[in-house]
Design a binder for this molecule. Structure first.
Ligand code: MTE
Ligand code: MO
Length: 452
């Protein structure tokens, strides 16, 4: 994965039979044997806690003693390091240089890529570091001097207003943690397993602590007329991104944000201000926000008619599917993060989220969805934010079909690929929230597959 690009489309989608554990033999007899193996591995998991940790202790007493890395003084322990003037703005260790946003060459027609992906496989916790938040631009990054930036509210209001940055900073502000997921996340997987890595299959998401002014305060300042029912936010970039948003949503929880994870928004995330539309598809989170028009009906803009609608099996298209549905993925281990330590105690981890609210439970399967165990949710649980889960277990060294399944606080359950296709067909690009399968080989290598 060092090249930074996935260069070619995988033509043959990989499907494995749940009954034969990913082995190639299709005979019923060997399928039965493999199934027993997988069931056995699931049973071992039930007692993995104590037994697994004992195994770890043994692993920490290796026969590689004496280890010069602990007995000898190393260079970094001997010579004076950089002073504080070397790094006025900090960067990750050079040993982390491969953990970067990456694009998929064939997804963009011209040489200038318009989307890249968050390296989910290498991250932990729930906060996406600012420099690793995926980017999606329809007209490139607008570089804006905040002193020259204005936000206008016009249309069906008592007093059309133009705010400077300074004006915005005089309204009461709030801090809230939300995920932003592009509706096209996992969109290349509708017809079969395609991209080999959760960065590419699920990386059009980031989770950030925003500081911003609730939109309702700015709308109140302008005075929305009783005929006003819809909002049209518009970006200051060359794409003039515009989306129709119902007024109720704008009043409920939208923010005009200017900080992310404590510092100014990055230019690629809409500096100096962007709209935050919690739980709803990424296109509506207009970056470089310059105008909000109030109207009495939706505008039917390009990004809500020809794009970001869901083509169904019968040729009709679903429209205004704003909410991002309940979803999860195991981020590590995964194709870009294979298991290198062999059998025994290990940690599987991933993310779960729902545009409707909080995550109540995450289940993990090692046998392609036949048996499920509860994962451990850890870290703060915020509505419309990602949740971190862990599954601590002892791997018996047999192949696994790793899956996760999220359930939100309203009881919505993440669907299987078959369930989603039965409901929606395969012509969609958007809103694919189905269960992901990683096939783990005996050697710990991992592949994106589907179970049948
Ligand atoms: N002004 C403007 N806003 C925009 C876009 C854009 O191209 N221009 N892209 C949208 C899309 S499709 C998505 S998925 C999100 C991506 O946000 P990010 O770049 O912070 O990840 O921004 C949305 N807001
Ligand atoms: Mo998007």
């Amino acid at each position: 994965m060092d090249g930074g690009k996935v260069s070619e489309k995988t033509a043959n989608h990989k499907t494995v039979n749940r009954d034969n554990g990913g082995h190639n033999s299709q005979t019923p007899h060997s399928a039965g044997v493999s199934r027993r193996k997988l069931v056995k591995s699931a049973l071992t998991l039930g007692i993995s806690g104590a037994a697994g940790l004992t195994g770890l202790k043994a692993a920490a007493q290796p026969d590689r003693q004496p280890d010069p890395l602990i007995t000898d003084i190393q260079d970094w322990n001997r010579y004076l390091g950089d002073g504080v003037d070397a790094r006025p703005y900090g960067h990750p260790s050079p040993f982390e240089k491969n953990i970067v946003r990456r694009d998929v060459a064939w997804l963009t027609a011209d040489s200038k890529s318009s989307v890249n992906f968050t390296p989910l496989h290498a991250l932990d916790g729930i906060i996406t570091p600012n420099g690793l938040c995926f980017e999606r631009h329809h007209g490139g990054i607008a570089e804006i001097d905040p002193a020259s930036h204005r936000l206008m509210i016009n249309g069906l209001v008592d007093t059309p207003l133009v705010f400077t940055m300074e004006d915005i900073l005089r309204f009461p502000r709030e801090n809230r943690m939300y995920f932003l997921e592009c509706a096209a996340n996992t969109g290349m997987e509708w017809r079969g397993a395609q991209l080999n890595g959760c960065q590419y299959t699920h990386g059009m998401i980031h989770n950030v602590m925003y500081t911003g002014v609730p939109l309702k305060y700015l709308l109140a300042e302008a005075g929305v007329k009783t005929s006003g029912k819809w909002l049209l936010p518009e970006g200051a970039d060359p794409s003039h991104m515009t989306r129709s948003i119902p007024l109720e949503k704008g009043l409920e929880d939208c923010l005009v944000a200017f900080k992310m994870n404590g510092e100014a928004l990055r230019p690629e995330q809409g500096y100096p201000m962007r709209l935050v539309v919690p739980g709803w598809e990424g296109t509506m989170w207009v970056k470089w926000l310059r105008r909000i028009e109030v109207g009495d009906k939706p505008w039917h803009q390009r990004e809500e008619t020809s794009k970001y609608t869901d083509l169904l099996e019968d040729g009709t298209a679903r429209r205004f599917t704003w909410e991002m549905d309940v979803k999860s993925v195991i981020t590590n281990p995964s194709p870009q993060a294979p298991i290198t330590h062999g059998r025994g105690q290990m940690v599987a981890t991933g993310l779960a989220w729902s545009g409707h609210g909080k995550i109540k439970r995450v289940d993990v399967s090692v046998d392609g969805g036949r048996n499920w165990q509860h994962a451990r949710l850890d870290g703060p649980s915020y509505s419309k934010s990602v949740h971190r889960f862990y599954y601590d277990f002892a791997w018996d060294g047999h192949p696994m079909m790793l899956q996760s399944r999220a359930i939100d606080e309203f009881g919505r359950v993440q669907p299987t690929k078959d369930q989603l296709r039965a409901a929606r067909g395969v012509n969609s690009i958007y809103h694919n929230n189905s269960i992901q399968t990683w096939l783990v080989g005996k050697d710990g290598s991992i592949e994106n597959v589907e179970v049948s």
